[in-house]
Design a protein around this ligand. Sequence first.
Ligand code: ZN
Length: 178
Amino acid sequence: MVPGETGLDYYRLEGRSIADMEWQRERFRTHIRAARQTGKPLIIHTRSSAEDTLRVMREESAGEAGGVMHCFTENWEVARQSLDEGFHISFSGIVTFKNAVELQETARKIPLERMLIETDSPYLAPVPYRGKTNQPAWVRHVGEFIANLRGMPVEELAERTSDNFFSLFKHIDRKSHA
Ligand SMILES: [Zn+2]
């Protein structure tokens, strides 16, 4: 997880158990409460922890703050439950990877009004730059790939996902990002 994100990550437990990760769950709860109090959207990271992530989100009414499931890599069921909680789903370069067939299917089905795209740079460079140091400009390749999947013009996908971003992150002034 990088600064600005919250959530759960059970990927590298290094000998500890999921029960030992109570500190992560507590911290996640604190962040959800802060987001609800300040009215700011949550950027949620979940890795090898989807069930607990969704459970904590529901228990803490994360939907009142809303936000985005960032760098989404889970299956349709997790996407569906996140949408039910009122969250947006954000796709990174992972969706362009050849073996990401299930994720591509999910990206095809997400309602456009709930979709975001991102790079997660410097990580996870999209095809055709896979393995290189990622950069924000390459979000275009994520957009082009998903537009192709959905059989729509990339300009329309770019516009819709930008609209989604600015309606979610209301405190960011769109005019200064024209
Ligand atoms: Zn993350």
